[in-house]
Design a protein around this ligand. Structure first.
Ligand SMILES: NC(=O)c1ccc[n+]([C@@H]2O[C@H](COP(=O)([O-])OP(=O)(O)OC[C@H]3O[C@@H](n4cnc5c(N)ncnc54)[C@H](OP(=O)(O)O)[C@@H]3O)[C@@H](O)[C@H]2O)c1
Length: 288
């Protein structure tokens, strides 16, 4: 079975390539992925997407590509919508034409965060920033274009391939810098290896639909930073602050924890956010 992976150079894609059988996965991105054979495709160009689908004839397409710069999306709304909404629609329409199933990755930022209990799949989305709005439009386009698709909403991703919250906190701990993190922003941190396992666990179930694909549980950014220090065994000066002092361009949801019960019923063994973090830190140690 052939799998076509868009966004193959990204953080999540790095672990999808590891978790799936390498020979099954055909890579596509804007730029070559290291020294691996990569089909250079811009997902915003429907002709390029169709041409690649025609060439590869995949049974499954995974869309891990996106414009993920949350503040950048406020500055370039057109780019946000073209990549995060039109691009996924192009892929979904090509999947329909070539009879491929699709896994599309979305985000907790489609919610406004004005709640205190984890979101489930029946909660109504209402994004506050352009990144979330463009990703929500992408979900809607994919759902309208294709019946045989899994839309996996994930959150607070960290993995080996790119900078992220965990790698930045680790770096500051090692440099003995003072660390300040909000104690009023909550979410469900998710290790990219775990999300890749969820994709592998769900794509053959034929239970198409929308899922909250995160590690189990949630925490504030402050608690998350404390656990990174505890599990890595590097002590540091970590102080809580309020998110309003951050003054970021894009408004971010304050409480975007997600309930993963629906996907847990289909994919056994999903880790808690704490065990996911331990897994990632152990993997990093083993690499050295
Ligand atoms: N990171 C998070 O915390 C987080 C949280 C929730 C949901 N998500 C979602 O999870 C998915 C994976 O995220 P990630 O963090 O792994 O993303 P990432 O590291 O930013 O990777 C995205 C990839 O897509 C590529 N890309 C951008 N525009 C493209 C285009 N027009 N055509 C083809 N490829 C294009 C990027 O190339 P360039 O690098 O050259 O631009 C990059 O290689 C995304 O759907 C994201 O919205 C992420």
């Amino acid at each position: 079975m052939r799998i076509l992976l868009f966004g193959a150079g990204g953080m999540l894609a790095h672990d999808i390539i590891k978790v799936f059988d390498r020979d099954q996965v055909v890579l596509s991105d804007l730029k070559p992925v290291g020294d691996k054979t990569t089909f250079l495709t811009d997902i915003t160009n429907p002709g390029e997407v169709r041409e690649l689908m025609h060439k590869v004839r995949p049974a499954l397409v995974i869309n891990a590509s996106a414009y993920t710069d949350v503040d950048g999306c406020e500055d370039d709304v057109d780019l946000a919508y073209t990549v995060n909404a039109k691009g996924p629609e192009n892929i979904a329409l090509a999947c329909k034409e070539y009879r491929a199933k699709m896994v599309h990755i979305s985000t907790d930022y489609i919610f406004d965060g004005e709640t205190t209990i984890p979101y489930n799949e029946t909660d109504l989305p209402s994004a506050s920033g352009m990144y979330g709005k463009s990703k929500l439009a992408g979900e809607i386009f994919v759902a309208q274009a294709l019946k045989e698709r899994y839309i996996l909403r994930t959150a607070l991703l960290y993995g080996a391939n790119r900078d992220n919250f965990v790698s930045k906190i680790m770096c500051r701990l090692k440099n003995k810098e003072k660390i300040t993190v909000p104690d009023d922003m909550y979410g469900s941190p998710t290790w990219t290896v775990e999300l890749a396992r969820m994709i592998k666990g769900i794509y053959r179930t034929h239970k198409f639909g929308t899922y909250h694909a995160v590690n189990t549980g949630y925490c504030s950014r402050f608690e998350w930073a404390l656990k990174i220090a505890e599990f890595s065994g590097i002590s540091g000066d970590i102080q809580p602050i309020k998110s309003e002092t951050l003054k970021t361009k894009a408004k971010r949801p304050l409480f975007s924890a997600m309930d993963n019960e629906k996907i847990r019923a289909l994919v056994p063994g999903i880790l808690s956010w704490e065990d996911g973090l331990k897994g990632f830190l152990n993997e990093q140690k083993e690499k050295k």
